[in-house]
Each structure stands twice: as C-alpha cells, then as structure tokens.
Design a binder for this molecule. Structure first.
Ligand SMILES: Nc1ncnc2c1ncn2[C@@H]1O[C@H](COP(=O)(O)OP(=O)(O)OP(=O)(O)O)[C@@H](O)[C@H]1O
Length: 254
C-alpha cells in the first residue's frame, strides 16, 4: 500500500547536538506503530518536527504524497496529520462537548466565524455527542473538564483528535499518568481507532506497546536503530544496548 506519511532524512541540531539525525520512516494507512526510545532519544523533537512546530535543518515530511515541509502546523492538520491534543491544553472551564464541537468547526474551517453559536448547531453537536459516546464520555459531555477524572481527560484528547478526521494520528504517551484502573479504557479506545487510520504512538509503557503495535521503531541518540516487529525488538542487540537491558527485559517478560 502506498505511504500516507513519509519522513525522509530529517535532521535537527541544537547547538552542536544532533537531536534528530537523518531519520527516515514511512507509514501506510492502517499502520499501528510504536515509537520508543530511552529518555532524551529525540522522540518529542521528532514529533515537533513532523507536526510543523519545529523547523528541520534538512529533510522532508510528506502527507499523502504531498511535501509539507514548508507547510505550517495548522496546514498539516488540515492535510490529516493530527497530534493528540494534550491534557495540559484542555480548557478547564470548557466541557468535553465544547472541545469536540470546536474541533469539528476547526476541521470544517468554521471555527473563527461561528464561535459562540456552536452549541446551538445541531449537526455539530450531534457529531460531538456521537464521538464522545464512542469514547464512553457521553454522560460527561456537559461537565467542565476540571470536574472529570484524568483518565477521562485523556480520552477526551483522543476524541478531539478524531474530530479533526486524521489520516495520520500521533499519540504522545496516551496512558501516561492514568491510574492502572483506567488504562483499560484507554487501551480499548486505541483498539477502536478507525482501521484505515495510520497511528504512531510514543510510549514508555512496554506492555501497552506490545499489545498495541504491529511495528516498533526505536530511536536512540536521534537515530533510528530498529524498525521492525515487536517480536524482534527485544532480541536486537543495538536496542538492548541502548536501553542497557531495562526495556529488553520488560519485553521478554511481556
Ligand atoms: N529546544 C532545545 N534546545 C536545546 N536542546 C534541546 C531542545 N529540545 C530538546 N533538546 C535536547 O534534545 C534531546 C532530545 O530531547 P527530546 O525531548 O526530543 O527527547 P525524548 O526522546 O522526547 O525524551 P523523553 O522520553 O525524556 O521525553 C535532549 O538531550 C534535549 O535536552
């Protein structure tokens, strides 16, 4: 299948430090990929480069075959590259319904003109309600975010991302900070993501990685040192060396 998302020879340095060092990868619709790496490997920098929040020194990013290296972050969202909204960026006084409705309006290019009226727009609110229902948040749709549990806020991030109708979804540690009792709901939401969506998940929790990903990419010191199956990742000597055994041990136990 042809690539929906491609990164070619991406490079970025800070001072003398090559934080993203010639990274290339390609994803097809429906891919479930985990991007892992030790602390400081360059995962966040990589995501910021591909989303357009940071400029690369060299290299290319393509969405659906179109080069977007010079397109800004909003333009990349419009082309279908969506990063999960962070809990820290949710508005505490707004409700889940308002968050998702605003994302629907943004997707349709109507956010600027309609702000203030959108709660009265039946189509928009129906779509928001349906998305929140799929994520088990329907009962909380009209409560302010500050009143809902952290795990549910993380589900709301996914709902907001899905409202933008992504073709490629970047998930940044979707279960981080969520109590063990609620991680099952996050995993279910990940399992229920649309089949044709390409998903790249950054995650430290190796149990989640092994349950979710069909392919694992390992970044270490800004370089891809492994790109292959979950079954092979823990056997790879370079990966073991990068993690000094810690994740490799976790993987063989999984
Ligand atoms: N704006 C910046 N200026 C200077 N150095 C930076 C900047 N951003 C990141 N770095 C450095 O780049 C390296 C990679 O950082 P990055 O946050 O991308 O790693 P990471 O893999 O996401 O780490 P973690 O898993 O701990 O979140 C680190 O050494 C970091 O200090």
């Amino acid at each position: 299948m042809s690539a929906i998302f491609e990164v070619r020879n991406l490079k970025r340095s800070f001072g003398g430090l090559a934080v993203t060092n010639d990274v290339s990868l390609s994803m097809a619709p429906g891919d479930r990929v985990a991007l892992i790496g030790p602390n400081g490997a360059g995962k966040t920098t990589f995501v910021n480069l591909v989303t357009g929040n940071l400029k690369p020194d060299a290299g290319e990013v393509r969405i659906g075959g179109e080069t977007v290296t010079n397109v800004d972050a909003i333009g990349r969202v419009r082309r279908g590259l969506v990063r999960s909204f962070q809990v820290t960026r949710l508005f505490q006084d707004m409700t889940p319904a308002e968050h998702v409705a605003l994302a629907v309006l943004q997707r349709d290019g109507r956010a600027g003109r309609m702000f203030g009226n959108f709660l009265a727009m039946p189509g928009v609110m129906a779509e928001a309600g349906s998305l929140l229902g799929k994520l088990g948040l329907r009962d909380l749709a009209h409560r302010p975010v500050r009143e809902i549990a952290y795990g549910q806020q993380r589900l709301l991030e996914i709902a907001v991302a899905l409202a933008l109708k992504p073709r490629v979804l970047l998930l940044d540690e979707p279960a981080a900070g969520v109590p063990q009792s609620d991680t099952g709901r996050i995993e279910q939401a990940l399992a229920d993501l649309p089949d044709d969506l390409a998903v790249l998940m950054i995650e430290h929790d190796m149990d989640l990685v092994f349950r979710f990903a069909k392919r694992v990419i390992v970044l270490a010191a800004g370089t891809v040192i492994f790109d292959g199956s979950p079954a092979d990742v823990t056997k790879d000597p370079r990966v073991r060396e990068a993690y000094l055994g810690s994740y490799a041990d976790a993987g063989s136990a999984a």
